[in-house]
Design a protein around this ligand. Structure first.
Ligand SMILES: [Zn+2]
Length: 129
């Protein structure tokens, strides 16, 4: 991920700042420019809950060549209490222990490094409760 993009995404990655459509009562993370339900462009910034559940997940056994990640690692779609759905890694668990519907909390972790001497990027991961 380019460093500039990472800096732009700090509010959502560090503080779970998504947004909300008051017409549809839907929450988004990452935040959207336009509501996919009604087309509204003025969405309200909203900090989301760190509690959620796993909607579905997969286990990555071959990581992207640009990253040095210990495999296998699970990646899940997590739905927050508000109903926003986000994709993230699941940490602090064995992939074989994960279940759909499992409750998780969203925690702040290192997510990526740009090489051995590059920038360390932080963001969110899910952890089973
Ligand atoms: Zn809407």
């Amino acid at each position: 991920m380019p460093t500039q993009r990472h800096w732009r995404e700090i509010p959502q990655r560090y503080r779970l700042e998504g947004n909300f459509c008051p017409d549809c009562n839907r929450y988004f993370l990452p935040p959207r420019l336009v509501c996919p339900g009604c087309g509204r462009k003025e969405l309200t910034p909203k900090k989301l809950s760190r509690k959620g559940k796993i909607v579905t997940f997969t286990v990555i056994r071959v990581p992207p060549k640009t990253q040095e990640l210990k495999t296998p690692y699970p990646v899940a779609i997590v739905e927050t209490e508000e109903g926003a759905r986000l994709t993230c890694q699941v940490c602090d668990c064995e992939p074989s222990e994960l279940r759909i519907g499992q409750e998780v909390e969203i925690v702040f972790r290192e997510v990526m490094r740009e090489g051995k001497t590059g920038v360390i990027m932080y963001g969110y991961k899910a952890r089973p409760v």
